[in-house]
Design a protein around this ligand. Structure first.
Ligand code: GDP
Ligand code: MG
Length: 163
C-alpha cells in the first residue's frame, strides 16, 4: 500500500488548492464510511518516483456537524488515524490563530510526523512570516504558495523523508 499523507488545518488556509496542485487529476476512488462523505478527497501524488495517497481533510463532511471547529477537529482526528505523515497547513498572511493552536494540540497527541506548511508565502517579503510558526512546536516549517505553486517540492522533500 502507498504511504498516506493527510493535509490538516482550519478552513481557508489553502488545503484544497495545494491538494489539487499535488494530485493533478489523479483522484482516488474510496468508499465512504457511514456518516462521513469522503469521495473526491483522496488523491494520488508522486514525488521523486515515490507514490503516496493524499487526503484533503477539509472537505470531509461529518454528518450533523455544523460547528466549524468541531468539524475541523473531527477531520483532524480521522486524518491522524489514517495518515503516516501529516501536513499541518497554516496561513502566512493570518499568522498563528487560536484555531491553529487547537489543531496543534490535537497533533501533539498523534505521535505521527508533522510537517508545517505555511501557505500564501506569495512573495519574498513574506518569507520572514514563516518564523512565527515554529512556535507551534513542530520540527519542519516550509513556506509555500498555492497561488504560484512555489515551495511544494520543498514540502514534499520533507514529507517523503518520513516514509
Ligand atoms: P481550504 O479551505 O483550506 O481548502 O482553502 P482553499 O484551498 O479553498 O483556499 C482558500 C482561499 O485561499 C481561496 O480563496 C484560495 O484562492 C486562496 N489561496 C490558496 N492558496 C493561496 C496562496 O498561496 N496565496 C494566496 N494569496 N491565496 C491563496
Ligand atoms: Mg478545502
Amino acid at each position: 500500500a502507498r504511504p498516506v499523507v493527510a493535509i490538516v488545518g482550519r478552513p481557508n488556509v489553502g488545503k484544497s488548492t495545494i491538494f489539487n496542485r499535488i494530485i493533478g487529476d489523479k483522484l482516488a476512488i474510496v468508499e465512504d464510511k457511514p456518516g462521513v462523505t469522503r469521495d473526491r478527497l483522496y488523491g494520488i501524488g508522486e514525488w521523486l518516483t515515490t507514490e503516496f495517497s493524499i487526503i484533503d481533510t477539509g472537505g470531509i463532511e461529518i454528518e450533523g456537524d455544523d460547528q466549524i471547529m468541531r468539524s475541523v477537529r473531527a477531520q483532524a482526528e480521522l486524518a491522524i488515524e489514517e495518515a503516516d505523515v501529516i501536513v499541518f497547513m497554516v496561513d502566512a498572511k493570518a499568522g498563528v490563530t487560536p484555531a491553529d493552536s487547537e489543531v496543534a494540540e490535537l497533533l501533539y497527541r498523534a505521535k505521527k510526523p508533522v510537517v508545517v506548511a505555511v501557505n500564501k508565502v506569495d512573495n519574498l517579503q513574506r518569507t520572514d512570516d514563516i518564523y512565527e510558526f515554529y512556535s507551534l512546536g513542530f520540527g519542519e516549517v516550509v513556506g509555500i504558495s498555492g497561488s504560484h505553486g512555489t515551495g511544494i517540492g520543498d514540502l514534499l522533500d520533507e514529507v517523503i523523508k518520513h516514509f
